[in-house]
Design a protein. Structure first.
Length: 150
């Protein structure tokens, strides 16, 4: 059975973050993983683009009521109609979560991941405060390797 990996991060990101997210999506697809995102722009679009271009499957968990709000690389669009509360659904059934820089939505997704004891791997450095930590990686290849390892 395929592993499901949620890729989370901001909607407005640097070109470097977008390039890394696309590489992560591609590497996950090449490893046979299903890429789950929030389905819209930024990190989600880049990860989905990389996965689809590598022949992979992507799932977009959308805040609104319409499938057409998904980016064009989402293979399976799931409109929820629950707005930002859908952030929990993005990570709920993930086997692992790969975190890129983002804003409050990304922090909410991180919190739900950590509460569910789901493996979270950040690309770059993440400082969440005392007693709260996630694994960090320096390259797309390393972050995918850590996310898919047991």
């Amino acid at each position: 059975m395929a592993r499901y990996v949620a890729v989370i991060g901001g909607t407005q990101v640097s070109e470097e973050v977008e390039t890394d997210a696309e590489a992560v999506g591609r590497l996950l697809a090449e490893a046979g993983a299903v890429v789950v995102t929030g389905g819209r722009e930024g990190v989600a679009a880049a990860a989905c683009r990389g996965a689809v271009e590598a022949g992979g499957l992507t799932v977009g968990i959308l805040p609104g009521h319409r499938r057409d709000e998904a980016n064009r690389w989402v293979t399976v669009a799931i409109p929820t109609g629950i707005g930002d509360m859908r952030n929990a659904l993005v990570v709920m059934d993930a086997d692992a979560v790969i975190a890129f820089p983002g804003a409050y939505g990304t922090l909410i997704e991180l919190a739900f991941s950590l509460l569910a004891d789901t493996k979270v791997v950040g690309l770059g450095e993440w400082a969440l405060g005392d007693g709260i930590s996630i694994m960090c990686a320096d390259t797309p290849e390393e972050v995918v390797r850590l996310a898919l390892s047991d």
